[in-house]
Design a binder for this molecule. Structure first.
Ligand code: ADP
Length: 247
């Protein structure tokens, strides 16, 4: 049986199909018409059963007549499949950040999720990249080449953006500002990780795991080596496909 997992995120929608191995994987921007995007993404994909997860799961599940699972269960299952010794998952997407602690058997035993505030999420980095006039995909590299230290005091996206504008007006180096912003995100996420507690291998999933500066700073803050999957944005969709199979 071919199972499919569809992860409808705030920024990107991902599909993975599975039949003992990953058969197909794709990703598109979610945009403002998530259901249409899902139909497009599924059009030429072969599968027998579908499970939907992610931020927009309830919106599209009925239209697609699919089962629904939480993002926590999905990303945990995907991370454990990729790394059987995984004990902790950090997942930072466009609109939320999560830290999940797993048992020896790979079951979720504790988690913390921030989906109320953009601080510590991909959205924070997107807003700041926009203010600094660089693509978000280049923000981490820019920060890593900083030679000077500046401080951003606020974790709130709105106040932090005002601080960035003031720093630019003071003639501060853009690289140093970018580094200060990454430090703010890393500090916030590290706090979540400490509250949940670290076990075993720590897997970093979600689109923000592609940011080299955040991977470095978070690893340094926690004093551990983080494992970043080859395609960190697809971990939740993979997990949904695996759970479809189990069920
Ligand atoms: P969601 O599941 O909520 O749709 P994603 O897991 O797709 O979110 O992550 C989206 C976030 O990932 C964006 O907000 C952005 O900050 C970050 N991102 C996306 N692509 C890159 C990239 N190439 N380099 C660094 N960060 C990225």
């Amino acid at each position: 049986m071919i199972t499919a997992g569809l992860d409808v995120g705030s920024r990107t929608t991902k599909i993975v199909t599975f039949n003992g191995e990953i058969l197909h994987a794709a990703l598109v921007p979610t945009g403002v018409k998530p259901l249409e995007r899902c139909f497009e993404l599924l059009r030429d994909v072969r599968f027998d059963k579908l499970t939907v997860t992610g931020y927009g799961r309830h919106l599209v599940a009925e239209g697609l007549q699919a089962a629904v699972i939480s993002e926590i269960s999905a990303v945990a299952a995907g991370a454990v499949y990729l790394y059987p010794d995984c004990g902790t998952v950090i997942d930072i997407g466009g609109q939320d950040s999560k830290v999940i602690q797993l048992s020896d058997k790979g079951n979720v035993q504790k988690f913390e999720m921030n989906d109320r505030c953009a601080a510590g999420t991909g959205k924070f980095l997107e807003v700041m990249a926009n203010t600094l006039e660089v693509p978000v995909s280049e923000l981490g590299g820019l920060a890593l080449s900083a030679t000077k230290v500046v401080r951003i005091n606020s974790l709130c996206t709105v106040f932090a953006e005002s601080e960035v504008v003031s720093l630019i007006a003071r003639g501060e180096d853009v690289n140093a500002i970018a580094m200060a912003l990454h430090r703010a995100v890393a500090t916030r996420v590290a706090g979540m990780v400490r509250r949940v507690g670290i076990r075993g291998r720590v897997v970093f999933a979600g689109g923000v795991a592609q940011n080299p500066c955040l991977v470095k700073l978070l690893g340094e803050e926690l004093d551990i080596a983080l494992t970043v999957p080859e395609q960190p944005q697809l971990v939740g969709a993979l997990g949904a496909a695996l759970i479809t199979k189990r069920n």
